[in-house]
Write a protein that binds this ligand. Structure first.
Ligand SMILES: Nc1ncnc2c1ncn2[C@@H]1O[C@H](COP(=O)(O)OS(=O)(=O)O)[C@@H](OP(=O)(O)O)[C@H]1O
Ligand SMILES: Nc1ncnc2c1ncn2[C@@H]1O[C@H](COP(=O)(O)OP(=O)(O)O)[C@@H](O)[C@H]1O
Length: 648
């Protein structure tokens, strides 16, 4: 029964090029519709698709048959059936994911992201809204402005949508009463003012009856002098147009080098315009040059087909994909940004950001995530949130982390400077996503608000005695032998044995032990997840410094999380980090109970104890694994020494 709808999408998806060529000269408006099923959202979208004639004949026949069978509108066509395609939605009576639909009118083409209305789906709404130029906020005329209206408006505004349409729907059910419409608009204006929405367009409609949907004004609302919905969607200014007036920025997607004579930098122009002769600056290096040519992107044949472009352009503007060639040989690679020379964006490594959390597992404060901003990808850690926002009341709440669907403001630090602009000025250079390094899932989406001053005044200081010099003097290759395992597994005992053996071999070593470091450097840290993450981050930094000094470092920390162990691995040159899994089953470690801590944990006197009520994630591919049930500490140490030899 839903097949015809998928066919429409599939056709466009399969031959999107043909579709786009056909509509090439029309501008594209991306918009979202916000509201719940009850507000008539699906009916409205169905009506837009229907009225724009993008439904094929056979599908219409199927729709008519379906409507009569399962529709809720008697003998009339139930437009909601066009949109509520997913079986799960049908069963639950709700819309649960972002569905994108394409349609076109004489004047413009459209992509509409249909996002669900329920609070737990904030992340879907944010996903759908992230590229939208406009949001249609649906209101049921009988109910007026509701909590969810405020939530959707707040999210749409937060995500940077400047065009808001307040579609007051179901006007037929309130006798097209002007007073009701006016009261709703007044109510909404008060709310909009309070959150900084500068303007919106209110339209009285009936998705079901078709009032004020297409281009002609409805005779049922003679008091309404504004445009009908489609007429408004066809004429509203698209962000690209306003972006063109901003300074030129183009994040480099790839370096296009089809042959030795051509070296171009390809990307999508994020803002402004560019033409041959323009003075530009490559960031973050700051190197300057001049634009030689602006070439349109290669066609389907790809970069291999010579310069591949359809030809040189006199000028290109925001929203266009182009390849730029420069007058000078300038270092420039993927992730760099080419900008107008005298007004470039900043580069920074510390920011305040607004983050929408999208993962079932809450944010781990201090953990290193991938941060992807346009074509730039760096490691980043998020500090404890300053506050989270209650999306129903706009209240600020105190919070230690961000749970699924939470929106919070927090400081964020990247491991190297990224080129950016505040999201409010530039969505492309200010919007980012966070990716879990282990699962590769997108866990958050965010907006950079501003960079923190302190980041700009800290610079790397080069030193003359390099780590190679330090290592050469000690006549050894630095290593970090990272022992990990449960409390009482034998990390300290075995690490101690290994250090003794290394010293007999005249190696320069240092053993960092959990208990000892926690008395000094890390005495401010406890055993919450966030504190353990910070504990390991600091120990990792110290181990790295010691390895830079040429030492063989041994560390004995539970280090329960894979992500932080991988973080430390990534801090060191390839091959210098050796993960040693002290593999002792919980019952064995517990039976040893050297410090009586397991007993305390079992009796509830000690909370968050690893293996009892705090997780331990065993290494998946440790360089070395020792089984302390089968080996004595001495045997385990010998095994390790043998594995790491010949140790120069
Ligand atoms: N709640 C809780 N959970 C785990 N361990 C606890 C806890 N409270 C105190 N201790 C003692 O602290 C030692 C572990 O510290 P670490 O720095 O290695 O821990 S972690 O890596 O930050 O998880 C650990 O030492 P080892 O037994 O040598 O591992 C314990 O003695
Ligand atoms: N094969 C073994 N390897 C390491 N320790 C062992 C072994 N068998 C028994 N033990 C005992 O287990 C305890 C391990 O404690 P410890 O080294 O402090 O562990 P951790 O540092 O992992 O908490 C010590 O008392 C040690 O003597």
């Amino acid at each position: 029964m839903t097949e015809p709808i998928y066919k429409t999408d599939a056709l466009i998806a399969e031959d999107i090029d043909a579709y786009l060529v056909q509509h090439q000269n029309k501008s594209l408006l991306r918009f979202i519709t916000c509201g719940s099923v009850d507000d008539g959202k699906s009916t409205l979208i169905g009506r837009l698709l229907y009225d724009s004639k993008m439904i094929f004949e056979d599908q219409l026949a199927a729709l008519e048959a379906d409507s009569k069978r399962v529709g809720t509108q008697g003998q009339e066509i139930d437009f909601a059936l066009l949109v509520d395609g997913l079986a799960a939605e049908r069963e639950q009576g709700i819309t649960i994911d972002v569905a994108y639909r394409f349609f076109a009118t004489e004047k413009r083409k459209f992509i509409v992201a249909d996002t669900p209305g329920h609070e737990q789906y904030t992340r879907n709404m944010v996903t759908g809204a992230s590229t939208a130029d406009l949001a249609v906020i649906l209101i049921d005329a009988r109910k007026g402005v509701l909590t969810q209206t405020r939530r959707h408006s707040y999210l749409a505004h937060l995500i940077g949508i400047r065009n808001i349409v307040l579609a007051v729907n179901k006007m037929d059910l309130v006798d097209y009463d002007l007073a009701i419409f006016d009261a709703i608009v007044k109510d909404y204006r008060e709310f909009a003012d309070s959150i900084g929405i500068e303007s919106f367009t209110a339209i009285p409609i009936s998705g079901f009856k078709g009032d004020n949907i297409t281009t002609t004004p409805s005779p049922n609302t003679p008091w309404y002098k504004g445009p009908a919905l489609i007429a408004h969607l066809e004429s509203v200014e698209i962000d690209n147009v306003s972006d063109q007036a901003k300074p030129f920025r183009m994040p480099v997607q790839w370096v296009n080098r089809p042959n030795l004579d051509f070296r171009g930098f390809s990307g999508l122009i994020a803002s402004g315009s560019v033409k041959p002769g323009d003075a530009i600056r490559v960031l973050p290096s700051g190197k300057t040059s001049t634009i030689s040519k602006v070439v349109t992107m290669p066609g389907k044949a790809g970069p291999a087909s010579g310069t591949g472009g359809d030809g040189d352009l006199d000028e290109a503007v925001a929203g266009q994909s182009v390849t730029l060639t420069l007058a000078d040989e300038v270092d420039c690679s993927r992730g760099d940004v080419i900008a107008v020379a005298d007004n470039p964006p900043e580069a920074s490594s510390q920011f305040e950001a607004t983050i929408v959390w999208m993962d079932d597992a809450a944010l781990h404060v201090g953990r290193s995530y991938w941060l992807k901003l346009g074509t730039q990808m760096v490691s980043a850690t998020v500090h404890a949130p300053k506050y989270t926002v209650n999306v129903n009341t706009m209240e600020h709440l105190a919070a230690k982390t961000l749970e699924l669907n939470a929106i919070g403001v927090a400081e964020i630090a990247t491991d190297r400077a990224i080129v950016f602009e505040p999201y409010a000025d530039n969505r492309t250079l200010g919007g980012f996503i966070l990716i879990d390094k282990i699962s590769n899932r997108t866990v958050g989406a965010g907006m950079l608000n501003f960079s923190l001053r302190r980041a700009q005044n800290v610079h790397w200081q080069p030193t003359d005695i390099t780590r190679q010099e330090h290592a050469r003097l000690k006549n050894q290759t630095p290593r970090v032998l990272w022992f990990t395992g449960l409390s009482g597994s034998g990390k300290s005992t075995i690490a101690n044995e290994v250090e003794k053996s290394l010293n007999l071999m005249n190696r320069h070593t240092f053993l960092l032990d959990g208990d000892n470091v926690r008395h000094g450097l890390n005495k401010d840290l406890g055993f919450t997840e966030a504190d353990r993450i910070e504990n390991i981050r600091r120990v990792g930094e110290v181990a790295r410094l010691m390895a830079d000094a040429g030492l063989i470092v041994l560390t004995a920390f539970i280090s329960p999380f894979r992500a932080e162990r991988e973080l430390v691995r990534a801090m060191l040159p390839e091959g210098e980090f050796i993960e040693i899994f002290v593999d002792t089953p919980l019952n064995v470690a517990e039976a040893r109970d050297v410090k009586g801590l397991y007993k305390k944990a079992r009796s509830g006197q000690l909370k968050n104890f690893t293996g009892i009520d705090s997780p331990y994630e065993p290494p998946e591919h440790p360089e070395i694994r020792v089984n302390t049930v089968e080996m004595t500490p001495e045997q385990a140490a010998e095994h390790i020494i043998r594995k790491i030899m010949p140790l120069k």
